[in-house]
Design a protein around this ligand. Structure first.
Ligand code: MN
Length: 257
């Protein structure tokens, strides 16, 4: 169930937020986090072109811009918005944490840079800074969503963190079941370039969100797989890692059911 904001918050005009994100799970998580904080005007764009259209039409106060988008690089989108004199705050959101990656986003016109997986405990403090929200807003909305996401010492490696809501957990499990089918198919045809791309995309998604669910094992294998794709490791090695990833995902689904 959604935590309902107080009527006082509902009556306020909350800042307009645009989330640009292609990963379905990240979309849902971020929308929900903003709702929990009492934001009632949150828009979503799934790719760079949509982001441009929505941003120029609706003039959001703040854009959270994923950098790895299916059609464009997020920095190109930022650059293009700034060329068109878009006045709102833009915060780049990326799994890449190297200085050169950050510099590229700032050079394109970003006001801030947040690395994935997002640490939601500090996230809204930063967001409020970017929005320069007035006192009332801060008093009424701060601290509503300070759920602890640290993993207890005895946590099962395949068990989803208990602070995650049932809704988010279900989305993750259903999505993982779909991913397992795609991975099984890809492993059968691992000599096919397109199938390898699918494995790579899945590893990249898990790298971005497994940590948030407290799934350290999954996060670390996904990171390794993602890195090795970037380094062009031999195919047999990638297949071996992918089988390990599949085993972990199966373990997580079993543990959740
Ligand atoms: Mn992305």
């Amino acid at each position: 169930m959604l935590k309902m904001p107080s009527s006082q918050i509902l009556m306020q005009d909350t800042p307009k937020i645009l989330i640009v994100e292609d990963n379905r799970i990240n979309q849902l998580l971020m929308m929900k986090k903003f709702e929990n904080q009492g934001f009632n005007s949150v828009m979503l764009a799934k790719n760079g072109l949509e982001a441009l259209k929505i941003a120029l039409k609706n003039k959001p106060d703040l854009i959270l811009m994923d950098i790895q988008l299916p059609d464009m690089n997020g920095n190109e989108v930022i650059q293009s918005l700034r060329n068109k004199k878009f006045p709102g705050a833009i915060v780049a959101v990326s799994a890449d944490s190297l200085k050169k990656d950050m510099d590229a986003s700032f050079a394109a016109g970003a006001n801030g840079y947040i690395t994935k997986p997002i640490d939601f405990e500090s996230f809204f403090v930063k967001i409020n800074d970017y929005l320069k929200l007035h006192d009332d807003w801060e008093k009424t909305s701060q601290g509503q969503d300070m759920e602890k996401k640290s993993v207890p010492a005895d946590a099962h490696p395949y068990r989803i963190n208990q602070s995650i809501s049932d809704a988010a957990k279900n989305i993750f499990i259903v999505d993982s079941q779909e991913k397992l089918q795609i991975l099984a198919e890809a492993l059968e045809h691992a000599d096919d370039e397109d199938q390898i791309k699918k494995i790579k995309a899945i590893a990249h998604e898990y790298k971005g969100n497994a940590g948030y669910f407290g799934l350290k094992e999954l996060e670390s294998i996904a990171r390794e797989l993602d890195m090795d794709f970037a380094n062009d490791q031999p195919q047999e090695y990638l297949v071996k890692l992918t089988r390990q990833l599949v085993a972990i995902v199966k373990g997580i689904i079993d543990e959740a059911s």
